[in-house]
Design a protein around this ligand. Sequence first.
Ligand code: GUN
Ligand code: ZN
Length: 424
Amino acid sequence: MTAAIYRCAILHCRNRQTVEFFSDGGLVVEGGRIRACDDFACIEPLFHGLPVVDWRGSVLIPGLVDTHAHLPQLSAIGAERADLLDWLQQVIFPLEARFRDTAFAERIAEAFLRRALASVTTLIAVYGPQYEEATDACFRVAAQFGIRAVMGMTLMDSNAPAELLSEPSALIAACKRLINRWHGANEGRLFYALTPRFAGSCSRELLKQCGQLAAECPVHVQTHLAESPGELAWIASLFPEHPNYTSIYDRAGLLTERTILAHCIYLEPTELARIQEQGSAIAHCPASNIYLRSGIMPLSDYLKLPVKIGLGTDIGAGYHTSILDEARYAREVAKVRQMIHRSGSVPSLAEAFYLATLGGAEALGFADMLGNFSEGKEADFVRIAIEPYRTIDTAEHALEYVLYAGTQNVTATVIAGVEVWQLQ
Ligand code: GUN
Ligand code: ZN
């Protein structure tokens, strides 16, 4: 088993509030896992004889986690419309219908996942195409690239062009085949997510069958919830028997410990409480929320609760591919909210960094193996070069630098101890 000590500055989260920083740190990696993380002066005598990879002049952070994106939407970045529902109808549905062509799907998957790795995402929860063969091709590309991904075929049976829709029983049968092929594949880097697009695209029957399958096998579930005022009104008219939007998924059995709910801007306290109780997670997508004029999620209020939260790029309503950019944006958007409402607080630098790393891993249910540099976890990390005129000798300095200047200084992405992307 290969082993090495990486010598450099190291920044990671112990938990939501606490970061740990070593200005001259040592990260011991053995067989693709973390053996130890401490000051280099403490590590060196304990692991004397191991080769030292001298990365001084860089700061190492854990691999970033994107908890929500759409693979088929890469080429729609920037194609703006008045709001979410117009954008879906006019831009997104016609584009997604092109994924009937599996060769096209494969080309986009390569471009999308290469871009994700270059943006130092090591784990991503992502919507795939509406077609089984195209989704299969996306999984194949993800396996080639070595990225960790939670992915699923986008499921729709209502309110969209016919070429995007199928019968619930046919969709569920396709999911079962994809689960058999891909869930846990590539040495446990790939996972399946049942992906009912949102209540606006799914009949009661489809939601029910998804819930039944989620109860039968331990796969993830990903969907959208409470994203825009227009969507909320429309969903309420489609499902008048429900007291609120969350209840639609809840009664279908879709709020599980492995469920990721994108956006969650407009939730009543009872809905939040139910999400928390069920152990489901929120994917906060601040760039997308502004881009489509959906709203501003009250992040700092949610951070006071023990509800799981990660960050999502939401490509292609989102336009950053970097979760570090999204973390920075989460703070800047909270500042706007504070200025407008003259109340509320802004997440700290540490909280924003947590959301991008350990928070994301917790949201996707992988905190036992990813998200920080605790002993025994997978060695997923990112090397960020420190600009020569910058002094970084405290945790605060490191957080400021990583969040506000990190993206443009990334030089390598490592998954399970192996470099999967380097700056050329
Ligand atoms: N709600 C339903 N589908 C989508 C989508 O593709 N993107 C976003 N942002 N919201 C959605
Ligand atoms: Zn989305």
